[in-house]
Write a protein that binds this ligand. Structure first.
Ligand code: CUO
Length: 672
């Protein structure tokens, strides 16, 4: 049933789609054959698209093709939900392809990519499809806008093969006159932004109940963001900056500014800047169907605090739902975010999401200047702006307020009787003990998939990012009992606060960043555990973050099928904070907890679980039964003021130094 005639061909990688002429938007139908000839020319593969009755797009095209799309804007969210449901409803892959092709030229490109990605991640018949990294589809979200003109020029003039990578300076958004710019390398890290985007793709807060209601998703919202915050604060201390001050009062000017220097290729507009000392105000933008007042936010926050202090959420019927010791944080995460599985969204509102919206519209709250939203209103870009961390410090503060109401861990809940951690050390590649090394690394990315130019072929950009040398943990554990299992939990924190003073435990506990978590079998007597930093349960390798499939390396089908869920994870190159040139003093914390209390009964054979600390495992329970952040997620028991006092025999602390070398290492696999 392939149509005789024509068919329009649209660009994929090297493949093109034979599109039924009836699927073309009206204005292109008369020139369908010409388009076919023009775009079909350099294709190596043709994929035929079956003609089915056109799906009902309803009001989805109301989001214009030249607008920017944001998950945080309720109108956009609803439209995205509809498109996701259309893609999920397709009976098989052929029908999904037809639906997607039909929608492709009728709906907003960014919305299209988002909805299709969510569908591909969640349909059982598309698990083996490659989901391209956002950097390849929308490089404009991450790359200095000046680069695109240079990339086009390069593509037009220089034949493929002779093209040299276009270098993006690490300092393109500000100078060191701005204090906050010192850690722009963290905020603007492409891999980190992609991780954050990917996380929100896997844990959408809207769509269908089925895809939202994942195991412990509200708790993971709390924990993943708490850890981003802890890592940011760690990084700040390495750069002689104080910890982030929470933004809880929207009525005060915001001293930290951000000028993104990005152009949206979808909206053909520059992303708005946020100058110094702007004060948020009520948002009333008819075009986005948004009305949200600062008073609304304050009311929602007060109600959430009431819930925390009373220990109950009130549902739509006035019934109390207790915030329990273990599940309470999950419920609270959904309420604060807020996701559609929240019991009483009318009452508790949309606090976190609307904060993003209000801050994202600080430059044009009533649309009088016809400006789109700024980076803060898009989960693919919001990490770039210092205000993200100020807002999330506020969100985290609410979670900590709740955690402070929970019973303190007793020694029995922390200890593993008979198990003693006798020694901990780390080795770097030079063999020096307890010194970790960081440096700058340059990497190349092919931009051509996200850009449209003739002649085609790869055009590379070269960007500079933080990198760490691999290292190995060696842990000696004495087991006085029979052979048994334990969970090894590794965390790292700065040894001193921003004034150089030792920490009180109640403050330092929020600074611990999780480095790794894995189970160990302990035989009777002495055990030596070694573990490489690249094995971390937190991270995914560089190649997986960027999924640069067609560049410089053969791709295995096996690896391909793991990209989708497994693409989510903290980027390996950001595992360590930068440290300082003199060496930044840290405390490495290692704990072996009782496996009987950690264990989750499930079979995960053959399922990729890389990066599961932040991203979970697809269609499975979160792989650790403890509260996320254990043992640092609660206030300490009576009498514990310092980390040393907190320790039970199954824990140990080792001083380590992070040494940063201010030199740039060139890309490994390209020599031009
Ligand atoms: Cu990830 Cu506010 O939730 O950005």
């Amino acid at each position: 049933d392939r149509p005789q005639e024509p068919t329009f061909v649209t660009k994929g990688n090297n493949s093109v789609f034979d599109v039924p002429i009836n699927y073309l938007p009206e204005k292109y139908k008369p020139i369908g054959v010409q388009l076919f000839n023009r775009f079909g020319e350099d294709a190596s593969e043709r994929i035929s698209v079956k003609e089915i009755p056109p799906p009902n797009l309803d009001d989805i095209p109301e989001l214009q093709r030249n607008e920017n799309f944001s998950l945080f804007i309720p109108k956009h969210r609803k439209i995205a939900g509809k498109l996701i449901r259309l893609f999920l409803a397709a009976k098989n892959v052929d029908e999904l392809l037809s639906t997607a092709v039909y929608a492709r030229d009728r709906v907003n490109a960014y919305l299209f990519h988002y909805a299709l990605s969510v569908a591909l991640l969640h349909r059982s018949d598309t698990q083996n499809l490659d989901l391209p990294s956002l950097i390849h589809v929308f490089p404009d979200k991450y790359v200095d806008s000046q680069v695109f003109a240079r990339a086009r020029e390069e593509a037009n003039i220089v034949p493929e093969g002779s093209r040299t990578p276009i270098e993006i300076p690490i300092d393109f958004t500000a100078s060191d006159l701005d204090e906050e710019h010192r850690i722009a390398y963290f905020r603007e890290d492409i891999g980190l932004n992609i991780h954050h985007w990917h996380w929100h793709l896997i844990y959408p807060f809207d769509g269908t109940r089925e895809i939202v209601a994942k195991n412990r998703r509200g708790e993971l919202f709390y924990y993943m963001h708490q850890q981003i915050q802890a890592r940011y604060n760690f990084e700040r201390l390495c750069n002689s900056l104080k910890r982030v001050k929470k933004l809880s009062n929207m009525r005060e000017p915001i001293p930290e500014a951000y000028f993104p220097k990005l152009d949206s290729l979808v909206a053909s507009r520059t992303w708005p800047s946020r100058p110094v000392n702007q004060t948020p105000s009520d948002v009333n933008r008819e075009i986005d169907q948004i009305r949200v007042n600062i008073d609304d936010l304050d009311r929602w926050r007060d109600r959430i605090f009431d819930a925390i202090h009373s220990g109950n959420i009130v549902d739509g019927n006035g019934q109390k739902i207790p915030l329990t010791e273990f599940e309470g944080i999950d419920l609270l995460g959904n309420v604060i975010e807020a996701s559609i599985i929240t019991p009483n969204r009318n009452f508790y509102g949309d606090y976190h999401n609307m904060g993003h919206v209000m801050l994202g519209y600080v430059h044009d709250p009533d649309h009088r200047f016809l400006e789109p939203f700024a980076v803060m209103a898009d989960p693919a870009t919001d990490l770039r702006d210092p205000v993200f961390f100020r807002w999330h410090a506020n969100i985290d503060d609410m979670f900590q307020e709740f955690k402070a109401t929970l019973p303190r861990y007793t020694v029995a809940q922390l200890n593993y009787p008979g198990v003693t951690v006798a020694n901990v050390s780390v080795q770097n590649q030079g063999g020096q003990p307890n010194i970790l090394n960081t440096f700058w690394q340059q990497s190349d990315l092919d931009l051509s998939r996200g850009m449209d130019f003739q002649p085609r072929g790869s055009v590379f950009v070269r960007f500079t990012h933080l990198q760490n040398q691999d290292f190995t943990y060696t842990i000696t554990v004495n087991n006085q009992g029979n052979n048994r299992m334990g969970t090894c939990r590794i965390f790292l924190a700065p040894k001193f606060d921003e004034r150089g003073n030792p920490w009180l435990f109640r403050n330092q506990k929020d600074m611990f960043i999780e480095m790794d978590r894995f189970s160990v079998s302990l035989k009777q007597g002495s055990n030596t555990i070694t573990r490489n930093s690249t094995e971390s349960s937190l991270t995914v390798p560089f190649e997986r973050t960027f999924r640069d499939l067609d560049v410089n390396r053969p791709t295995g089908g096996d690896e391909l099928e793991r990209f989708n869920f497994c693409g989510c994870g903290w980027p390996q190159h950001m595992l360590l904070p930068r440290g300082t040139e003199a060496g930044f003093q840290c405390q490495l914390f290692v704990m072996i907890s009782n496996y009987a209390d950690d264990r989750v009964e499930q079979n995960t054979d053959g399922i990729c679980s890389d990066g599961d600390t932040f991203c979970g495992i697809k269609d499975k329970l979160y792989p650790d039964r403890r509260s996320m952040g254990y043992p640092f997620d609660r206030q300490p028991r009576q009498g514990v003021d310092t980390l040393q006092q907190f320790l039970t025999p199954n824990m140990r602390v080792q001083d380590v130094n992070i040494k940063f070398t201010n030199r740039v290492v060139k890309p490994r696999n390209r020599n031009n």
